[in-house]
Design a protein around this ligand. Structure first.
Ligand code: PGA
Length: 247
């Protein structure tokens, strides 16, 4: 049974006080939702602060990026082992990293391998740039990201299907379309791997994604830094997926 997951990607938002307030509100409101794994990915400088607020257990933490070397003279970079000390997950190959920071498929692959070696759960992001009915691009990105990773390790990763045209635009992808692409992604060997959807998810459209059995979770950007929105998203996901798993 693949686990339901809701990930909040805070991106480069929140000053220190905002991060603490947001984390406190989410901790207090999400305590009674054991049916879904909830992962917060604050800016790296606040991960420890957020950990101090939420503690270990109900809410998991993740980083938004990492380097593939474990230590060394790499000024400004963050090692997988450093992240492992404070978090369980790490987002790898987000389209904003690919677009603004030149992350290639090869780098995404190296980072995915390094994350697994460090005992982190990589959330590997793939998605086509332009709006078109063609899953070939995300499938090719996924194959490249998973190169040389043994099949048995595929249960230790999470994949996020995020069509780039849907991210931050309000133009969320139709759930039926997402389900179709996810079915194609699963053919790469992801039968037991949680696959998430991301791209303009909010409290109004969340139920339609939750209703699709192909979609195990969501990766939420903009709506994840508005506490009431994110709480509603988590509540809907936990409720629908919980009922489904009991059916
Ligand atoms: P969005 O971002 O929810 O703001 O579209 C999703 C993401 O970038 O992961």
């Amino acid at each position: 049974m693949r686990r339901p997951i809701v990930v909040g990607n805070w991106k480069m938002y929140t000053r220190a006080a905002d991060a603490t307030i947001l984390a406190t509100t989410l901790r207090d409101n999400l305590a009674r939702l054991p049916e879904a794994e909830i992962v917060l990915c604050p800016p790296a400088v606040w991960i420890s602060e957020v950990l101090a607020v939420v503690g270990r257990g109900r809410i998991e933490l993740g980083a938004q990026n990492m380097y593939f070397e474990v230590e060394g003279a790499f000024t400004g970079e963050i090692s997988p082992l450093m992240i492992r000390d404070v978090a369980k997950y790490v987002i790898i190959g987000h389209s904003e990293r690919r677009e603004h920071f030149g992350e290639t498929d090869e780098i995404v692959n190296e980072k995915t391998i390094a994350a697994l070696e460090a005992g982190l759960v990589p959330i590997v992001c793939v998605g086509e740039r332009k709006k078109k009915n063609n899953p070939a691009e995300p499938v090719a990105e996924l194959k490249a990201a998973l190169e040389e990773i043994p099949k048995k390790r595929l249960t230790d990763i999470v994949v996020a299907y995020e069509p780039v045209w849907a991210i931050g635009t309000g133009d969320n992808a139709a759930p039926e379309y997402v389900a179709r692409v996810i079915n194609q992604l699963r053919e790469v060997g992801l039968a037991e791997t949680p696959v998430l959807y991301g791209g303009s998810v909010n409290s109004k459209n969340i139920a339609a994604y939750a209703a699709r059995p192909e979609i195990d979770g969501v990766l939420v950007g903009g709506a994840s830094i508005r506490s009431s929105e994110f709480v509603k998203i988590c509540e809907t996901w936990a409720r629908v997926k919980h009922f489904r798993s009991q059916a």
